[in-house]
Design a protein around this ligand. Sequence first.
Ligand code: SF4
Ligand code: SF4
Length: 83
Amino acid sequence: MKGKIAIDRELCKGCKYCVLSCPKGVITMDCEFNASGYFPAAVHDGEKCTGCALCAQMCPEIAITVWRDEDSKDEPLASPSRS
Ligand code: SF4
Ligand code: SF4
């Protein structure tokens, strides 16, 4: 299965939960601060993403959006939602 993620670097607090949870090593930490002064997570090896969404489930800041191949292009599997 093929997947794709997007990380909102300005929501990220740099906890690395997503890096530790990804079984494919897709995510790494950026070496440039975001506006809040954190080193944010970044997509490192996006070709390996399966769309499992573990990273998005682990993210306490709801900063990761995930798509899978079979999903509608307009409907991400997991997306930031703040109510
Ligand atoms: S969706 Fe799964 S494979 Fe893709 S980056 Fe997140 S944890 Fe890794
Ligand atoms: S889990 Fe979320 S807040 Fe933590 S490093 Fe990853 S994207 Fe940033």
